[in-house]
Design a protein around this ligand. Sequence first.
Ligand code: ZN
Length: 216
Amino acid sequence: MSKENNRLPSCPSRRELELFCLQTGLSRAEKLRVQRHLAQCGKCRRTCRFLDRCNNLLCMEMQRPVANTALDLAKSLAPKQVRYGLLICTPSPDHNQGAAKAYRTQLVFSANGEAGRNKLRDFDLKKIPQGSLALRLYTDPKDEKLLLFLWEPGPRESRPDRLRWSGRRASVSFNRIGAGGMDLSDFSHLDNQLVYFSKSINKKSRLRRWEILCGR
Ligand SMILES: [Zn+2]
């Protein structure tokens, strides 16, 4: 306990302060106790300010689309049979279906990521045609899944969170970093297809910090 609070009841534990800052996991009475303590204890207030800064930074990072370099790195560590690739989706407004915007896919990169071949980072996503979206593909043979990582140049609020392939009923939902999954598919079958991107109407638009940090 610091000099300035040596007549206060003992400081909350680090865990209590962390939960308080994340606004989760504490009962009403516990929250009130921490709140009252913070009003009187400079040391705990400083700890909370530090935790808030860390959480804010983490939240920002947790909501950024996955970078190409991160996927290249994951591939370099993955089993050889993992394949990855890049689809560029160009708007095809004549096929829009209400709020679902139509795009035409083009497979511009597909590889097993062997040495000497192209990598995803060779493609600067900031330079894709205006209005286009990028979908990075990454196979997960263990779970027989195809992972999709959406990249959209606009702000997060405008990023679609749902994708449906023309002719398929099931849709793919993307989380806050634009990651989603679907059944494994040969990449060549995903080239030159119509896809529909939309935004879920009922999706909670504002998540709390702990929800973001838990990857909701
Ligand atoms: Zn304290």
